[in-house]
Design a protein around this ligand. Structure first.
Ligand code: CP
Ligand code: NVA
Length: 307
């Protein structure tokens, strides 16, 4: 059966551990695995802007021996009226995997419903699971382990990063807190999936309105943009309600002494995070960006092996 990676809980906790171990191995020895030798093709489609995802997948696929076909979704027939189901069938005849950055999660599900090769979510409105694999790799590198650590995310609790940090974090056994204004809380259906996964791993998940209470004793503090791609015209005030959730020195004073600060990037200095913090010694944001390459190579190797 073909394996897709559309959301963080598409990998079981044991499978996520395998992928993260492979990511560390791939980082040590980047050219040891060549599952796409030929080269075989991988389709990489973007319906939204990207820097890290675009570069890391293209380089990673080349390092696995393959060829990335990078397409702007709007310029393909998907941008007209060809169905996602037909696109999944057609692309499966050409490529070994389909990597796609798009809007609603239901679009990825429609593509995966007919694709006979793995479909990978390279960011949707609801989830950003490749990013969280890289984040977990970074946490393990710096802290030795992820399980048992407490991670607090501040900002837009309803966006893809909040959802994936919750779901991927509890899969890894982390105790995850999301702190956001009332009107930007995680989706209830995501919290249900998080609770189901947390029950398997013994992790905890919590939504906490007070940012100071949320960061108290946190090992890891994470934030993300207050306005995600696609949210620009939603008519909501995406500045004033978020100001108390800015990651700055005053807020971090309540976290663990060795707190580590993360951000998937791109960052907006002076908005969700201060320049002092993101450019300071507690920040690992560029290790996090680099690990996109290794974590995604490991994911592709694993999915190809298991499909
Ligand atoms: N973090 C991330 O996905 O970056 P890009 O939008 O640049 O791909
Ligand atoms: N939440 C952000 C992440 C960007 C990598 C967005 O969706 O725009």
């Amino acid at each position: 059966m073909v394996r897709h990676f559309l959301r963080d809980d598409d990998l079981t906790p044991a499978e996520q551990t395998e992928v993260l171990a492979l990511a560390a191995e791939v980082k040590r020895d980047p050219f040891a695995h060549r599952p796409l030798e030929g080269p075989h093709g991988v389709g990489v489609i973007f319906d939204k802007n990207s820097t890290r995802t675009r570069f890391s997948f293209e380089v990673g696929i080349a390092q696995l021996g393959g060829h990335a076909v990078i397409v702007d979704g709007k310029s393909s027939q998907m941008g007209r009226d060809e169905t996602l189901e037909d696109t999944g069938r057609v692309l499966s005849r050409f490529v070994r995997a389909i990597v796609w950055r798009t809007f609603g999660q239901e679009r990825l599900e429609a593509m995966a419903s007919t694709a006979t090769v793995p479909v990978v979510n390279a960011l949707s409105t609801e989830f950003h699971p490749c990013q969280v694999l890289a984040d977990l790799q970074t946490i393990i590198e710096h802290k030795g382990t992820a399980a048992g650590l407490s991670m607090t995310y501040l900002g837009d609790g309803a966006n893809n990063m909040a959802h994936s940090l919750l779901l991927g974090g509890v899969t890894a056994g982390m105790n995850v807190t999301v702190s956001s204004p009332e009107q930007f809380r995680p989706a209830p259906w995501v919290l249900d999936a998080v609770a189901a996964r947390a029950a398997q791993t013994g992790a905890t998940a919590r939504v906490e309105g007070d940012p100071h209470a949320a960061v108290a004793g946190a090992d890891i503090v994470v934030t993300d943009t207050w306005t995600s791609m696609g949210d620009e015209g939603d008519g909501l005030d995406r500045v004033a309600p978020f100001r108390p959730y800015q990651v700055n020195d005053a807020l971090l004073a309540g976290a663990a002494d060795d707190v580590m600060v993360m951000h998937c990037l791109p960052a907006h200095r002076g908005e969700e995070i201060t320049a002092d913090v993101i450019d300071g010694p507690r920040s690992v944001v560029f290790d996090e960006a680099q690990n996109r390459l290794h974590a995604q190579k490991a994911l592709l190797i694993w999915l190809l092996e298991h499909s």
